[in-house]
Design a protein around this ligand. Structure first.
Ligand SMILES: Nc1ncnc2c1ncn2[C@@H]1O[C@H](COP(=O)(O)OP(=O)(O)OP(=O)(O)O)[C@@H](O)[C@H]1O
Ligand SMILES: [Mg+2]
Length: 274
């Protein structure tokens, strides 16, 4: 039995509909000085509705590259990316992004303006966009700063706004690229807990890139481990139900992930992997 059978209430369709996302023998590269340089050699994994999938790997292992390809911003050089049965998806609001950088918000718009703008773009009228934006900002604990501008917020608050903005468009998938990587440990822990709650509440499917073993084990159902250069999927580790260091199996999962990353010669005593 695989971990995927534990997903109970998918938000979009049933398990019989097939995976929400299929990454099938994907290779991706970049043009550098007129030359094709491969970044990802072979990535295969699937994501089922309601799952929380973590992409874990050393710096340069193609985590962001894969996420951008899933977002439709990069085309694979081989293999297929299939979103809800649709091959080679264009970018769209069904896959919402949250990045690491605090400057992903529009600096000239208020918090409310930042969250309601994409709703207006996808066709909501002013009143509905406002209502929906306020609802998600309240959910993220931001109802007191609706009229503030990004420069008036802390890093953690900016990331909360970015999460509210991503969720307000009611995406099928939330694609997060190290969204808490630039936060202090305390704020990071708090936002991790908030994310777990809001994902459970909205039942959005989560695809989350991280450098951190602990973050992957705490937040994920399964961890897709990338390694090698160009990279491939080394293993997919089931971490469902391991929601704290005291959970049985937490230490084993952590050791397994450490061992996989160590195969790549990662310095596990460095600041990056905790
Ligand atoms: N725009 C680009 N042009 C050329 N090469 C790129 C580009 N973006 C990424 N690469 C290369 O592709 C490889 C994978 O990069 P990517 O950013 O996907 O890694 P990552 O796993 O997200 O790393 P990090 O953990 O540091 O964010 C790296 O070798 C990188 O130098
Ligand atoms: Mg990256």
């Amino acid at each position: 039995m695989t971990s995927t059978t534990t997903v109970e209430t998918p938000r979009d369709g049933t398990r019989d509909d097939g995976p929400l996302l299929l990454v099938d023998r994907v290779a991706i590269g970049y043009q550098r000085q007129g030359r094709h340089v491969p970044a990802v050699a072979d990535a295969t994994f699937e994501v089922w509705p309601g799952e929380k999938i973590m992409l874990l790997g050393p710096s340069g292992s193609g985590k962001s590259t894969i996420l951008k390809a899933i977002g439709g911003f990069l085309r694979p050089t081989a293999g297929r990316i299939v979103v809800r049965g649709r091959d080679t998806p264009e970018p769209g609001p069904d896959r919402a992004f949250v990045f690491q950088e605090f400057d992903q918000l529009f600096p000239w718009r208020t918090v409310l303006g930042n969250v309601s703008y994409p709703l207006r773009v996808i066709g909501a009228d002013r009143a509905r966009a406002r209502r929906q934006a306020v609802e998600f900002l309240e959910l993220m604990g931001l109802k007191d700063v609706l009229d503030s501008y990004p420069h008036q917020l802390s890093g953690g608050m900016k990331q909360r706004v970015a999460i509210a903005r991503a969720l307000a468009v009611d995406p099928l998938m939330l694609l997060m690229d190290e969204p808490f990587g630039a936060l202090d440990a305390q704020t990071r822990g708090r936002l991790q807990r908030e994310l777990v709650q809001i994902v459970a509440r909205t039942r959005v499917t989560l695809l989350f890139v991280t450098h951190s073993i602990d973050e992957a084990v705490l937040l994920g159902d399964r961890v897709v481990v990338l390694g090698g250069r160009p990279s491939q999927v080394k293993e997919i580790v089931d971490v469902s139900g391991l929601d704290g260091p005291d959970a049985p199996g937490f230490a084993d999962a952590r050791h397994r992930l450490r061992a996989l990353l160590a195969e790549d010669g990662e310095d596990l005593h460095g600041a990056v992997f905790e």
